[in-house]
Ligand binder design. Structure first.
Ligand SMILES: [Zn+2]
Length: 78
């Protein structure tokens, strides 16, 4: 009887801890990075993908001062 109760408590606490962390995480990160990732999504991007870099015109990265490269994956906004 005692073992059964222990097993039940263990199982219950495992489920209570595991479930919320599984269901919460996956989707949020994707939508945020797609919108704000101008280091990767701009027409011209720093080869080092520095934070705050990226532009619609050719130029130099304000962070590491390397020349921007044309982004082959760039898609013009509709
Ligand atoms: Zn840079």
């Amino acid at each position: 009887m005692l073992l059964n109760r222990l097993a039940f408590i263990l199982l219950f606490s495992f489920v209570a801890v595991a479930l919320p962390s599984c269901t919460d995480q996956p989707k949020k990160d994707v939508s945020q990075t797609e919108i704000e990732d101008k280091e990767h999504n701009s027409k011209y991007i720093c080869p080092m993908y520095c934070e705050g870099s990226g532009s619609q015109k050719p130029g130099d990265c304000p962070v590491c001062h390397m020349h921007y490269e044309e982004n082959k994956d760039y898609k013009a906004p509709k």
